[in-house]
Design a protein around this ligand. Sequence first.
Ligand SMILES: NC(=O)c1ccc[n+]([C@@H]2O[C@H](COP(=O)([O-])OP(=O)(O)OC[C@H]3O[C@@H](n4cnc5c(N)ncnc54)[C@H](OP(=O)(O)O)[C@@H]3O)[C@@H](O)[C@H]2O)c1
Length: 264
Amino acid sequence: MLLENQVAVIHGGGGSIGGAAARVFAREGARLFLAGRSLPRLEAAASVARDEGADVSIAVVDAMDQDAVDRHVDEVVDAAGRIDIALNTVGFDHVQGLPIAETSLEDYLHPVVGYLQTNFVTAKAVSRHMIAQGSGVILTISTPGARLTGRGLIGNAAQSAALEGFSRALAGELGPDGVRVVCVRPHAMSDALATSYTGEMFGRIADAGGIPMDQWMNGLVGMTLLGRLPVLDEVAEYLAFAASDRARSITGAIANLSAGALVD
Ligand SMILES: NC(=O)c1ccc[n+]([C@@H]2O[C@H](COP(=O)([O-])OP(=O)(O)OC[C@H]3O[C@@H](n4cnc5c(N)ncnc54)[C@H](OP(=O)(O)O)[C@@H]3O)[C@@H](O)[C@H]2O)c1
């Protein structure tokens, strides 16, 4: 197993990517601590992970709140003795698809501040323990907006590019302490639409363009080299690999899971 006896914390652990990662990390032998906003979603993700045989704890924690996240992470270390993997899959609805003239400053800053805040908060909390251990992996999630251009992307592009920059800089800071940082950049996933905030968000963009959602998603497919979008399980499997010792020489990397919509 890839993650046998590894202790993993997933912030946003009840979400679409968080829940998919929890299942795969569980199958690969990790002990899991899922933290998130809504108890029912955490319970559902924990139940699936327990079916894979994992020891899973859940906690309602606001991943924007430094004190709350610090306290929870300290409790994890008290309970499990260490923390090997920290994955932030927090996600929330925000404005995409509007031209700058129709975008308020507040709507523009909402994803920029929110995604940068939660990733700072969780990375700061876990890095204290990982530095002391001399090991650990921090996983962040960005979006193709980091490298795309076009109308309606400014908030998403700014937050995604900034989060990738944050992840690179953090890798440089923590590398000498034996801590790796990997940022994973998946394209939009159709099988996440039913549970992810992206269902509402992409739905609004499709509605504004006067086309059905599946047609709008097909437009994204048309931009890929592989003629398909990634699915949740693929992203979760990649995250498990990136967290594992098999990826021990990978840090400061942005993993491009865009099915060729972007090439490096
Ligand atoms: N889905 C995609 O196609 C896609 C593609 C590329 C990148 N991404 C990125 O992947 C990440 C996760 O997306 P997702 O699709 O998995 O979203 P999701 O299914 O909506 O899950 C996000 C999770 O984050 C939780 N959350 C939100 N604010 C929180 C807070 N303050 N404290 C704790 N938990 C909080 C949500 O809680 P609730 O359960 O209470 O809502 C939810 O469980 C995002 O960064 C997104 O940009 C997604």
